[in-house]
Write a protein that binds this ligand. Sequence first.
Ligand code: PLP
Length: 243
Amino acid sequence: MTGKSSNDADRLRVASQYRDIEDRISEACARAGRKREEVTLIGVTKTVEPSLINAALDAGLRHIGENRVQEYLSKKDALHLDGVQTHLIGHLQTNKVKSIVGKVDMIQSVDSLRLATQIEKASAALELVTPILVEVNIGGEESKSGVAAEETERLLTELSRFTHLSVQGLMTIPPISDSDAKKRHYFSKMRELFIDIRSKNIDNVSMHILSMGMSDDFEAAVSEGSTMVRVGTAIFGKRCYPV
Ligand SMILES: *Cc1c(COP(=O)(O)O)cnc(C)c1O
């Protein structure tokens, strides 16, 4: 993707950074009194070239997340994906739905009935069930995708009649902040929402994945109950172009 291919040193660096993140997740779980298996690590691979992604996969990474449909499809065949789960984590436009359904194991960024309806239709056409997360805009930011916290339960109730979608939980990207306390505030709000919705036992809606925490804050997220962290930069290094 960058026009220059990685060398051995780059690949070793990625493998070692991946192992570092694994260690830090284990430590964060231990501090929070949680089991390591309760938290899944997703390596976020947007803008990263396949040989570097493979360095992390070969070192043991079992989940990857991509933001853009086109980019993922163009890299997919070069990846060592045996036994690896793939996630679409970026905003999904309805006109891209048909190209991605059936090609990833989970779509994490469902934030409207319109988008969900398209995923349902595309999944039905392929006779498969697509696991999804509902993305919540927990900070209520104008510019951000995600359903408002107050609307989440209603959207989930609407999704419960879809037979080719399987809701597994919630995902969020909290507002950017340099204060740890603020981040924790949003993570803990998300956790409350997650637990509240789980207690409603909505038909056909399973609430066992809470996807939150990135390179700068995954340890705080783990301590606030995250079950899935999405880490890019801290494994693969700075991205070469913004997404
Ligand atoms: C890019 C991205 C990440 C990873 O961000 P880093 O700060 O590089 O760890 C996580 N989640 C989503 C939705 C992203 O777009």
